[in-house]
Design a protein around this ligand. Structure first.
Ligand SMILES: *Cc1c(COP(=O)(O)O)cnc(C)c1O
Length: 428
């Protein structure tokens, strides 16, 4: 596969942008490849600057649940565009999106729009700290909650992939307030809460983890977090930036039937444009300025183009049968990958929730970041490179989830599984 144009662009970019990229994992360093520069995308396919076409399972890292360039979303953005790109004043789209979101996710009695998942989680913990009058935050190893100072402790894929500690530049007094515990380890949480529970503002969790590869919550784990936070007067924050509108229409909180105090969204909520949101209980959200004294603002927050894209996307995913079909496509992909790995005699632990999937090159089961790190990352790297050279675009890290969109066809899945079969036979 010829990738000359990508290589030339990357050489230029490296001189101008740190690592040649505006977000680290994109550089493909851990898998020993150079990034592809993408020139366009449509449906389940993306096209690089050299004109090669790939079946895409990254989906811009989650947002593209309808596939790329969905006509309804494109129309909505185009129509909004005709009326101006930014007002810095309230617009009708914001009300429409807020109302759709709180209808789909009933725990969101009120919601505030921001521009990224990072902003959503960062603002949510500020609010949790203000509401409880406490400073400590508990998170889980391998969970990523954006790159705000308080979260760069055992922060999952990006940091893990690059093998850096993740905290240079973060004041010690802040990182000391963040405690990180092994995912699915209720016992450790119990012990930790017994010692510092009264100082804990919130426990924040990816209700299905997707930033250390796909790791499911064990039965009872999320229920336990709900119970223990109530017991100690701490807030439970679901970071649904990835799982929201992904693992079910109403996100993980619907799928597992848990009501968090606050939730964070991003990715799908913006339909491919930069949007994040946080929301939850009315009494807590009422503390945000201008009603309350917790400050949080944004020049481009509630941007009309972004809101229009979000509204158009949420309207599509609400259609009956949407999630059933999507999950069926995903299960045939994961079943197919498992089968060809088994035939090749390669130990693989693959799983999915809704249209989020993961495949670890290890026997499994994988219930924590420590389990995930047992994966053969060299084998994954070879798998990644050969798949990409054969027209299948996966996330360039063993510690990322993959995504199926409603644009992926049965033929796409069949071709992907056949390609994986050939590639696995070559790389062992
Ligand atoms: C992607 C992600 C974020 C960060 O969102 P950005 O829009 O990249 O800032 C936060 N939390 C989770 C769970 C994510 O997957």
């Amino acid at each position: 596969m010829k990738t000359d144009v990508s290589r030339i662009l990357f050489d230029k970019a490296r001189n101008l942008i740190p690592g040649g990229v505006n977000s680290p994992v994109r550089a493909c360093r851990s898998v020993g490849a150079d990034p592809l520069f993408i020139s366009k995308a449509s449906g389940s396919r993306i096209f690089d600057a050299d004109g090669n076409s790939y079946i895409d399972y990254v989906g811009s890292w989650g947002p593209m649940i309808l596939g790329h360039n969905h006509p309804e979303v494109v129309d909505a953005i185009r129509n909004a565009l005709e009326n101006g790109t930014s007002f810095g004043a309230p617009c009708e789209f914001e009300v429409e999106l807020a109302s759709l979101v709180s209808e789909i996710v009933p725990s969101l009695e009120m919601v505030r729009m921001v521009n990224s998942g990072t902003e959503a989680t960062m603002s949510a913990i500020r609010l949790a700290r203000a509401y409880t009058g406490r400073e400590r935050v508990i998170k889980f190893d391998g969970c990523y909650h954006g790159h705000a100072d308080s979260f760069l402790v055992e922060a999952g894929s990006g940091v893990a992939t690059l093998n850096i500690s993740g905290t240079p530049g973060v004041p010690k007094c802040l990182s000391e307030l963040t405690m990180s515990v092994s995912y699915n380890d209720s016992e450790s949480i119990q012990k930790l809460m017994e010692t510092v529970g009264k100082e804990v503002a919130c426990i924040i969790v990816e209700p299905v983890a997707g930033n250390m590869g796909l790791v499911k919550p064990l039965p009872g784990f999320l229920e336990f977090l709900r119970k223990i936070t109530e017991e100690y007067g701490a807030l439970l924050i679901f970071d649904e930036v990835m799982t929201g509108f992904r693992v079910a229409l109403g996100g993980a909180q619907q799928r597992y039937n848990i009501k968090p105090d606050l939730s964070c969204f991003g990715k799908i909520i913006g339909g491919g444009l930069p949007v994040g949101a946080y929301g939850g209980r009315r009494d807590i959200m009422g503390m945000i300025a201008p009603v309350g004294s917790v400050y949080q603002a944004g020049t481009l927050s509630g941007n009309p183009l972004a809101m229009a894209a979000g509204v158009a996307t949420l309207k599509q995913i609400k259609s009956p049968g949407f999630y059933e079909k999507l999950e069926k496509t995903t299960s045939s992909l994961v079943d197919g990958l498992k089968a060809v790995a088994k035939d090749a005699g390669i130990p693989v632990f693959a799983d999915y929730v809704g249209s989020m999937f993961g495949m670890f090159f290890t026997e499994g089961p994988v219930n924590s970041f420590a389990d995930a790190k047992k994966s053969d990352t060299d084998l994954f790297s070879r798998f990644y490179r050969e798949m990409r050279d054969s027209g299948i675009y996966l996330a360039p890290s063993q510690f990322e989830a993959g995504f199926v969109s409603s644009a992926h066809t049965e033929e796409d899945i069949k071709l992907t599984v056949e390609t994986a079969k050939k590639v696995l036979a070559r790389i062992i």
